[in-house]
Design a protein around this ligand. Structure first.
Ligand code: SF4
Ligand code: SF4
Length: 275
């Protein structure tokens, strides 16, 4: 990680510049930054917000010290734009499932995008799109990926703080099960036989769903240690078909879970699933 420029002491030295960009996305991860409320003014005082259209119409040209990128690459213009962002950024962080794993829109990767285009739009010839929705890291080098749909505000603040301090972000890659144990939540799988993706999902949400008696939906993508051959028989035991399992894994983080499935786009089955 590049060390940031020193914070100004007397207004003479520049503050590190922060830029926030959006590709194909719903804006939810950018809203997480705006939702930081109490911390936002402090953050704004430590950095120069140079480009953040959700917050300000003021736009300053790069280079930027820190660029946060939300959204996946789904059009030729996105691909070109993300290369320009990379060239202008000393430190590029992708935020959210769209930017780190293609997002919900990556479900197109398992179908025929031409069929969608012809079915949905009256003038499909006006629509310029790629056949796939891919993570930013498939196009340019990325310095850090922050997972989640949407991202967690605490983890986002940690990443920005780490950048300002010139250190690596402390965002552990353990599973949601750790968060359940920490908050004293009774395991919904053990207690009620409810299917739950928590054992293979990256922590960050605070295990919200299990705390309300529901299984984890996998919003934060794969954790650092994923054991699908152990989990999938449990999901099947608790009532999920192989198709249910595949859909659950791919909902928010299709690109990432396909990597750990080892099946590839359009693969016939989920690795570890009984045939
Ligand atoms: S990751 Fe989820 S919340 Fe963030 S932009 Fe994509 S769809 Fe929206
Ligand atoms: S409820 Fe889900 S995330 Fe929580 S401990 Fe059980 S399996 Fe793990």
């Amino acid at each position: 990680m590049s060390a940031p420029r020193p914070a100004p002491r007397n207004g003479a030295a520049p503050r590190p510049t922060l830029a926030v960009f959006k590709l194909a996305s719903c804006d939810g991860c950018q809203l997480t930054l705006l939702d930081c409320e109490d911390e936002l003014l402090t953050v704004a005082g430590r950095v120069e917000i140079a480009h953040f259209l959700e917050a300000s119409s003021a736009v300053r040209p790069g280079p930027y010290d820190l660029a946060l990128v939300e959204g996946s690459v789904t059009t030729p213009q996105d691909a070109e734009r993300v290369r320009e962002i990379r060239a202008a950024a000393r430190f590029l962080v992708t935020i959210g499932a769209c930017a780190t794993a293609g997002g919900i829109q990556a479900l197109r990767d398992f179908a025929d995008v031409e069929e969608f285009r012809a079915t949905v739009y009256a003038r499909p010839d006006y629509i310029a799109t790629l056949a796939t929705s891919t993570p930013v890291s498939a196009h340019v080098p990325v310095d850090f990926e922050l997972r989640g749909c949407p991202i967690d505000r605490g983890q986002l603040l940690e990443v920005i703080t780490a950048f300002l301090a010139g250190r690596k972000p402390d965002v552990p890659d353990h599973s949601v099960c750790f968060a359940c144990k920490r908050r004293g939540t009774v395991c919904v799988t053990v207690a009620h036989g409810t299917p739950c993706l928590g054992p293979v999902t990256h922590a960050g949400c605070g295990a919200i769903c299990p705390a309300y008696g529901r299984g984890c939906y996998g919003c934060f993508g794969p954790s650092g240690s994923v054991n699908l051959p152990a989990l999938i028989p449990l999901l099947r035991r608790d009532g999920m078909s192989e198709d249910d399992v595949r859909r659950a894994l791919r909902t928010y983080n299709a690109a990432s879970f396909v990597e750990v499935e080892g099946a590839g786009a359009g693969g016939a089955g989920v690795k570890g699933a009984p045939s």
